[in-house]
Design a protein around this ligand. Structure first.
Ligand code: ADP
Length: 193
């Protein structure tokens, strides 16, 4: 699992992980944006929350993840969770969803980045990609939601002995190198390359 504040680089590092480790990527943010783009019912509901920088309700998000695991993840080498879980109830649900399928969570990579850098990155991304929730008002709310609802998961996974802190401020390759080193030392996971 990749864990971190909005703008911490979860998407960027996920891309490296899936490539080098042969994993399947589940990004709840990407999944929801795809629904919004396609104008589905779920997309309409999701848009109302995302545009305000709020979280999609837990029960809905958990149901979507359950279906995604069935449809996309079975038979794969492993999965990178990116943007899920974001609340304690989601983390509890994930534990059950994995257990039911006989899977286990190997490690939680926590990308740690100072807050002013997060804001700079998201504003830049907003300019470059036009991503609708990368505007200053929504960014402020996303960071507040992160601190209130998501940050407590750090302690949650530290207690489980799964949390691997990685400095997310720096060059993409170096950060990835530190993730790879941590995964090897902590969980005995090696890339396939
Ligand atoms: P970021 O981490 O930069 O905020 P994401 O693409 O992961 O970007 O998420 C974008 C938005 O999608 C979130 O602000 C939230 O509204 C919604 N979202 C994504 N994942 C979840 C989740 N697990 N639970 C609730 N809402 C989510």
């Amino acid at each position: 699992m990749l864990f971190g504040a909005p703008g911490s680089g979860k998407g960027t590092q996920s891309a490296r992980l899936i490539d080098e480790y042969g994993l399947y990527h589940i990004s709840t943010g990407e999944l929801l944006r795809q629904h919004i783009k396609n104008g589905t019912e779920l997309g309409k509901v999701a848009d109302g929350y995302i545009s305000k920088g709020q979280l999609i309700p837990d029960d809905l998000m958990i149901r979507i993840l359950d279906e995604t695991l069935d449809k996309e993840a079975s038979g794969k080498n492993g999965v990178v969770f990116d943007g899920f879980p974001r609340t304690i109830p989601q983390a509890d649900a994930l534990k059950q969803l994995l257990r039911r399928r006989g899977y286990d969570l190997s490690a939680v990579v926590g990308l740690e980045v100072p807050e002013d850098e997060l804001v700079t990155r998201m504003l830049q991304r907003g300019k470059e990609t036009g991503r609708a929730d990368d505007n200053i008002e929504t960014i402020k709310n996303r960071l507040k939601v992160y601190h209130d609802q998501t940050a407590p998961l750090r302690e949650y996974y530290i207690k489980e002995g799964k949390y691997l802190p990685v400095n997310g401020h720096g060059v993409v390759d170096e950060i990835f190198g530190n993730i790879a080193k941590g995964l090897r030392e902590m969980a005995g996971i090696d890339s396939r390359k």
